[in-house]
Structure formats: structure tokens, C-alpha cells
Design a protein around this ligand. Structure first.
Ligand code: NOJ
Ligand code: CA
Length: 658
């Protein structure tokens, strides 16, 4: 690192900084060569990131002798683009750009491109080493993030294999390693989050405190310790620092998406956000099984029941896990057959029935981490699903990656991308579990709909579960990266009854606590709060049948046009509004504190009267399953008070009054 006053010798007069369009955020660069280049970030004239190193370490130096550094500034970009689906279908992309380019006498070039938006800073490394140059062997990344030590942070630990970890709340200075999005708030009240955008053909980046006590980028290694093998012309993923003056500002930012390339799928008419149900929760409770046997979930009979329920309840998709042979190997040899249904699951009949009823049948491919086996049949499996009229696939990587790899290395990032592109070729939408983190690639590959990548609902079935504070951290951390298939909406809050009825199997373990740690109203609110263009009602349909509160999901629309986080503090509470067509949906949730928040309805269309149907906690009751449904007529001039019990929430539909 170098002090910012030590600017380049011999390049006098060049501007070495770049400012956001609104002038609030500034990045300044200094250094005399590749090895001592550093950057600072300031917000409102105050330093947020102290001089921090830049650079990539490679096996052989990329540049020769006689390096020259030059700075170039591009014209401000201010454009609007649209996407087939998303929190917001219209997105504004507004930034200033500066490129710092280092060249040698042989015209090899290594550049750092900075983009400064009103809501954050991004930069990436780009190199061009000439046509005949060898593959570049990346051994480390030198990027540092010199954030103030006394700021507060919310993050999960760095791991090469999983994001399904509890959040840690701690001073930035005490974080020894972390995954991204790494969210923080400084003493001065600046909110921020470090992440990455457009992760292709490269390992994921985590943060690690280095010997100098600074958080530094750490790349997930390949089994031989090398970080990445990349071409001689290459651009790394963007390193991103979202910046906002309010916690909700982080959520309302589209910077990560803006750093991705436009869609590569020309015809997106087959890509459809949808609500779905599935044969799923029973397996996690242990009342049903993935393998064929007396409690097998994915039977033809159950499939027909689920399809009928979907038709009757305005639900577009149905997922069946445990439909294919191989589940008896899960956790052992990890070998699945992606083409062979169990004999009690008549796939062709079910596909035909779903088609007749206008329901999307989902496929599920659990790989257990056996990538070679999956890649070998990927194309034929996808072609088979396509021939059955299937447009949606959920994948899973629950298990160690074959051949000593990890989930987050360059090799596995390539695998995940291969599946995205193969699915696109077969007009299949993808929902990946145990995925690589989302970095906005959904803009370029809009069939990459949603993914897991955090502790989802399943953790409530067989561990100590996710509490309401966790649910108030998620929107400001993991969800900043993009949609999550959390699979919300369990109505049978105390599910010990289900277990007592049907018996339980051992794998639920001693920690299973038989209770969802929120109120029922909060489960409804999560359908709005936790954005996913494929949104699941994850309970078993018998728990929804005849349940008055299920009307919310019937009315809900997963294909929203516009969204805004209207209130929230990290780990405390959150309120999000989404519009789909003429209807609006509000979801609010609190942590372990009972809370009231006032929300102006100025997001509603002016001059229109709306019927608001409110799904609220029952203030008179401690029973998390009790709730109240009420209706009122409102306009954009009104304010509402959202009252929530501890661990509670509230959901509201606003529909133009008839
Ligand atoms: C873990 C996934 O997150 C879950 O949704 C799935 O049911 C199991 N793996 C089995 O594939
Ligand atoms: Ca999982």
C-alpha cells in the first residue's frame, strides 16, 4: 500500500480519480508500477477505504520491463435497460469510469477499470498479453479493502464449500475471514457491502485478514493450490463495494446487475416467473422419503394430487424430489440416474397430465457433488426433459465435490455455468441449490432464475433452525446478491404433530426442534421479502387446504414489475413492497422484538382506491399460528401502521377496489 500523496512520477497533469455522477463517492488511485498500485474510496468527502492495494499475483510476471501507467476517463454512462423479470423490470445504469492502464515495452497491458455509481464502486482487472502468450496462472489476488475497524459487520465465515452458515455480527476489525456479500455500517453511518459481479471462469472471492491486519481478497483454490488458469486476454469478475446512507439503500441498488452484460438469450418468451409447490418438506421432516418405499413422496398418486392443487390455487409449477433412481446412494457413492424414474412415478403420464392441466412440471437433479457423472449425461437429460415439455429444473450439490474439488473453485464455477448454458439451449429455467454465489449473471442468462446459497427453510426441519434475527439479516446480506430459493411459507408452525402422525426417521437428529421460529404471518410476509422469481409455498398441501391465510399465495404474483425496500435496519426489521401489474404486495418482518412501523402508501398509484387485505399477527396471542385477516380501503395519500409480534410479520395485498 502507498499513501495517496505519492502519485505517479512523470505523469503530471493526469486526473487519477473518478467521482460518482452525483459527486458523493470518489475513488483515487496512486502508484508507480503494478506492484505498488493502491486505491482509496471516500464518501461525502470522508475516507471510507484507506489506501488499499490492487493487483493479481501470477506464476510468471504479466508485464516486462519499462512499464508506463496511464489514466483514461470515459464519458458518463446514463442509460435505462429492461429485463424479462426481476425485482424491477426497468433498470437505470449511471456511472463514471476511469481505467488505469499499465503497459510494458512489448505492448502487454494490464488495466484496472473503475466504475463509480451513485450507489457504489466497482473495479476489475483486465489483461491483454498478446495472441501468442501462454495461459495465465493466477496464484493470488492482492486486492485489499481497508475498511474502518470500528464499523459493525454482518457476514458468514469464508468457506470453499458452503454458504449455509450462521451470520456473525462483529466489528469489522475482528473479522478474520468472511464470505461476501460482506455488509457493514461505519461509525459515521455509511452502509456498505463488499461483493463481486459477473463471476465467470474464476474462483469466488472471499475476504481474509492479511498479515498487515487488512481485509484482502482470497480466491478459492483448485485442488493443486493454484487459484485459476485463465486466457492471456481476460477480465476478472468485478470487485464491488455497495454504498448507501440507509440500510434499505443497499437493497434498492441495481449496481451488481448493471455490471453484468445484457442478455445472451434472444427469445425469452419461455422464461416465466412462477409460484410453485412441491413434494419436498415431508422428506425434510422425515415423514416421507426420497427413496422408493412405503413412505415414498414422489408417487404418481401424489403427483396428480399436487397438480390438481396447483390448478385449483393459481399456482403455476410443481416440483417432485425423489422421482429418479439413485437416492439410495445419496451420501455414499453419490450416483444418480437422471433419466430413470422410480417404478411408482410414471413420469410420462404425469408430464402429460401436467400439460393438459396447464401446470409446469419441474425436474429435480440432485448430483450429490458428482460433477463428472452429471456432466456426462447433462445434455441427454435436458433433451429428455425438454421433450416432455419441461421448462424448469432444480439442481442440487449436497455432498463433497468429486475428485477433491470444492464448490467454489474455478473448476466448479465453470461447471455451474455449463449447466446454465446447457439449460438455456434446451429452454429450461434453473434453480440451483448448493450453488455458486449469485453475482448478477441472471441479467446475461435470464434462465438462471434463482438459487439457494444460504440457510434456507430446510434448516428448520433438522437443525436448531433459522430465527427471526437471521431473517432480518438475510435481506441486507445474501439477498443483495440476487434471488434466493429460500422456500418460504410453512403454515404448520409446530410440526411435531405431523411427525407424531407419520413417524420420524433418525436423520432429523437430536437438534430437531419441531417448530418454525416465526409467526405464521411472517411466513406469508417472507413470500414478498425474500425475492425469488420462482417462489415456493413449501409446506405440504394438506396444511394449505382450506386455510384462509393461503389466499395470500393464491393472490400473490411472482412476476413483479417494480420493488422497493421501504423500511429496515440490518438484523432488526425489514419492509418490502412489490408491484405486479396493478396489484401491490407488502411484506414486513421483525426480529425478536415486537414492533410497529409506519409506512406511507405513496407507492400506490395516485387517484386509485385499493382494497388492502392485511394478514397480521394477533397481538392478543402468543401462539405463533394465530393471525388476523382484515380488509380496508386505502389510497396513496394514506399511511398504515404495521404491527408485528416478536418474531412476527405482516403481509398485505393491495388490489384496485372494484
Ligand atoms: C438440499 C436442498 O437445499 C434441498 O432443497 C433438497 O431437498 C435436498 N438437498 C435434496 O436434494
Ligand atoms: Ca441446501
Amino acid at each position: 500500500m502507498m499513501a495517496s500523496s505519492l502519485l505517479l512520477a512523470g505523469c503530471g497533469g493526469e486526473r487519477k480519480d473518478v467521482t460518482s455522477p452525483d459527486g458523493n463517492i470518489q475513488v483515487a488511485v496512486s502508484g508507480t508500477s503494478l506492484s505498488d498500485m493502491s486505491y482509496t474510496v471516500s464518501v461525502g468527502g470522508k475516507e471510507l477505504i484507506v489506501p488499499s492495494a490492487l493487483g493479481v499475483k501470477t506464476e510468471k510476471p504479466m508485464l516486462g520491463e519499462n512499464v508506463k501507467i496511464s489514466y483514461s476517463h470515459a464519458d458518463e454512462v446514463n442509460e435505462e435497460w429492461t429485463q424479462p423479470w426481476g425485482e424491477n423490470k426497468r433498470v437505470v445504469n449511471n456511472y463514471n469510469e476511469m481505467t488505469v492502464s499499465v503497459t510494458d515495452g512489448d505492448e502487454n497491458e494490464m488495466a484496472v477499470r473503475f466504475r463509480v455509481f451513485n450507489d457504489g464502486v466497482a473495479f476489475r482487472y483486465e489483461w491483454n498479453l498478446g495472441e501468442s502468450a501462454d495461459t495465465v496462472v493466477v496464484t493470488d489476488e492482492l486486492t485489499q479493502f481497508g475498511l474502518p475497524a470500528d464499523g459493525k459487520s454482518w457476514s458468514i465465515a469464508a468457506s470453499a464449500d458452503t454458504y449455509e452458515l450462521p451470520y456473525r455480527i462483529m466489528p469489522i476489525g475482528e473479522v478474520s475471514d468472511a464470505n461476501t456479500p460482506f455488509t457493514f455500517r461505519t461509525e459515521a453511518g455509511v452502509y456498505g457491502s463488499v461483493h463481486e459481479a459477473a463471476l465467470y471462469d474464476y474462483p469466488e472471492m472471499t475476504l481474509k485478514r492479511n498479515a498487515d491486519g487488512v481485509l484482502q481478497a482470497e480466491l478459492s483454490p483448485l485442488p493443486n493450490g493454484v487459484k485459476a488458469y485463465v486466457p492471456a486476454q481476460f477480465a476478472t469478475p468485478w470487485r464491488t463495494i455497495q454504498i448507501a446512507d440507509k440500510a434499505t439503500g443497499l437493497i434498492n441498488s441495481a449496481m451488481i446487475l448493471n455490471l453484468n452484460e445484457p442478455s445472451k438469450i434472444a427469445d425469452t418468451s419461455w422464461i416465466k416467473p412462477q409460484k410453485y409447490i412441491g413434494i419436498w418438506w415431508g422428506m425434510h421432516l422425515g415423514t416421507q422419503t426420497w427413496i422408493q418405499g412405503p413412505r415414498h413422496g414422489a408417487t404418481t398418486e401424489n403427483a396428480i394430487k399436487y397438480i390438481d392443487f396447483a390448478v385449483a390455487n393459481n399456482i403455476q409449477g410443481v416440483l417432485f424430489e425423489g422421482w429418479n433412481k439413485g437416492w439410495e446412494n445419496w451420501g455414499g457413492s453419490q450416483s444418480f440416474d437422471y433419466l430413470a424414474p422410480y417404478s411408482d412415478f410414471d413420469l410420462e403420464r404425469i408430464a402429460k397430465y401436467a400439460k393438459e392441466k396447464g401446470v409446469e412440471l419441474w425436474m429435480h437433479n440432485e448430483t450429490g457433488g458428482n460433477l463428472p457423472e452429471y456432466e456426462a449425461v447433462l445434455d441427454s437429460a435436458l433433451a429428455f426433459y425438454q421433450s416432455l415439455g419441461i421448462h424448469t429444473l432444480k439442481t442440487g450439490y449436497a455432498g463433497g465435490i468429486a475428485n477433491g474439488g470444492t464448490h467454489h473453485s474455478q473448476a466448479t464455477v465453470r461447471h455451474y455455468q455449463k449447466v446454465v448454458e446447457a439449460c438455456a439451449a434446451h429452454e429450461i429455467m434453473l434453480d440451483a441449490h448448493e450453488p455458486i454465489k449469485e453475482t448478477g449473471i441472471r441479467r446475461t442468462w435470464p434462465n438462471m432464475m434463482t438459487r439457494e446459497g444460504a440457510r434456507g427453510m430446510e434448516w428448520n426441519a433438522w437443525s436448531d433452525g433459522n430465527d427471526s434475527e437471521y431473517l432480518c439479516i438475510l435481506p441486507f446480506t445474501r439477498l443483495l446478491s440476487g434471488p434466493m430459493d429460500y422456500t418460504p411459507g410453512i403454515f404448520d408452525i409446530d410440526y411435531s404433530r405431523a411427525k407424531a402422525d407419520k413417524g420420524r426417521i433418525e436423520w432429523n437428529g437430536p437438534n430437531a426442534h419441531c417448530c418454525i421460529k416465526t409467526t405464521l404471518a411472517r411466513q406469508i410476509a417472507n413470500w414478498v421479502i425474500i425475492y425469488s422469481p420462482l417462489q415456493m409455498a413449501s409446506d405440504m398441501i394438506e396444511n394449505y387446504e382450506g386455510h384462509p391465510a393461503f389466499q395470500f399465495f393464491r393472490d400473490f404474483d411472482a412476476d413483479c414489475d417494480w420493488s422497493e425496500a421501504v423500511a429496515g435496519e440490518i438484523g432488526e426489521y425489514i419492509a418490502v413492497v412489490r408491484r405486479a401489474g396493478e396489484n401491490y404486495f407488502l411484506g414486513a418482518g421483525t426480529n425478536g422484538e415486537k414492533r410497529e412501523i409506519e409506512i406511507p402508501l405513496d407507492f400506490l398509484k395516485e387517484g386509485v382506491s385499493y382494497t388492502a387485505t392485511v394478514y397480521a399477527d394477533d397481538e392478543q396471542s402468543d401462539d405463533p399460528e394465530t393471525y388476523k385477516i382484515s380488509t380496508l380501503t386505502v389510497t396513496s395519500a394514506d399511511k398504515i401502521t404495521v404491527r408485528m409480534n416478536a418474531n412476527g410479520g405482516q403481509a398485505i395485498t393491495f388490489m384496485p377496489a372494484k
